[in-house]
Ligand binder design. Structure first.
Ligand code: ZN
Length: 357
């Protein structure tokens, strides 16, 4: 058997044997695309991992024989949005009854799994009982609305004073109509795309791909297609080894682009426990400017004003810890040398999996 025959056999006729023997570190080391390798590892877990649905699992493993790895992967992507594990097994078994190949499974999944299953249900404004002249209002809404509102409320605050109280005042000024609305003030978020996912989306096979924007919200591959050919979005590309590559245009790095890329690598201030969004942060030079540090991507990290000030810029100072870059991402090193990463929601984690030191 030549290697191509063996490859086809491993991917299709013998796919379940391939899954059974699948070894994630080996696959990654061999250069398999990380999102594909992780998807296969999850499939191995579905068909051979521990579960309380042992009979359904055994039945599924029998039915799955003859399905290609790509078809099994499609089934997992389609059932993945369904919350209830028992319901996922029921749908998986139904889809394993579909004959007619990849496109037929896709059609069946569209009928079997309504899109509402993936959408958050609750949408509400709730008011607490008043207490001592105070009351609490909570709003359950989309992440998009929340990000726009937060950005708008932070727009004119005085950074020398606490933000929360100023945001409350700004909120009522907006409702009074004494100041501008929310939507018009929203920034243009940039969408982060791994190069291989971009190709899949353009090929029409990216409905399941979830992309993250620089304001922390997400969109599906289908939504991305709608926007990409309009002018509403900017796009940034990332490479698993080299980190932030460039925005998809041919200009030289401009400062705003470096800022944007730094915010994608660390969407919050890089100090442990700090929740300040990167868009409102200062851009910190890891190797300090005054010590000859350059303004290039491997030296730029968003830090909030406070943490930018207390960071131990001088290498001999050991008071509050300092930020360093490891494979393109910022880590905080404590005065005693512990390494802590504040976020696993940065572009490199999202696109290529969480990183270790
Ligand atoms: Zn901070």
């Amino acid at each position: 058997m030549n290697p191509f025959d063996a490859f086809i056999q491993a991917m299709a006729a013998e796919s379940m044997e391939t899954l059974r023997h699948f070894d994630l570190p080996v696959a990654l080391a061999a250069g398999i695309a990380p999102d594909k390798a992780h998807a296969w590892a999850r499939m191995q877990d579905v068909y051979y991992g521990k579960t309380k649905f042992t009979r359904k699992q055994a039945l599924a493993a029998r039915k799955a024989r003859g399905f290609s790895l790509d078809e099994l992967g499609l089934i997992e992507r389609r059932v993945g949005g369904v919350k209830d594990a028992g319901e996922r097994w029921r749908l998986r078994l139904e889809l394993l009854d579909v004959t007619g190949g990849y496109k037929a499974i896709e059609r069946a999944a569209r009928e079997l799994i309504p899109r509402e299953d993936n959408a958050p249900a609750k949408k509400q404004v709730a008011f607490s009982q008043p207490n001592n002249g105070r009351a609490r209002i909570t709003i359950d809404t989309t992440d998009r609305n929340a990000a726009d509102l937060e950005h708008r409320l932070r727009q004119h605050i005085d950074p020398a004073l606490p933000a929360a109280a100023q945001m409350e005042e700004e909120f009522w000024r907006i409702l009074d109509g004494t100041t501008g609305g929310v939507v018009a003030a929203a920034p243009r978020p940039i969408v982060m795309v791994p190069i291989d996912a971009h190709a899949r989306i353009l090929a029409g096979d990216g409905d399941d791909v979830v992309l993250t924007l620089t304001d922390g919200t997400t969109m599906t591959g289908a939504e991305y297609l709608e926007y990409e050919f309009g002018d509403a979005l900017e796009v940034a590309a990332f490479h698993p080894e080299h980190g932030a590559v460039n925005l998809y245009d041919t200009e030289r790095f401009a400062n705003q682009k470096q800022r944007d890329l730094a915010c994608m690598v660390s969407p919050v201030c890089a100090f442990p426990g700090c929740r300040h969004g990167a868009l409102g942060c200062e851009i910190h030079h890891v190797h300090a400017w005054k010590h000859g540090g350059l303004t290039n991507m491997n030296n730029l990290v968003p830090l909030c004003r406070y943490h930018n000030r207390i960071n131990d810029d001088d290498p001999w100072r050991r008071k509050r810890g300092h930020i360093t870059m490891i494979r393109g991402a910022p880590w905080w090193i404590s005065p005693r040398g512990y390494h802590i990463k504040n976020t696993d929601r940065g572009a490199l984690d999202q696109l290529f999996g969480p990183q270790n030191t």
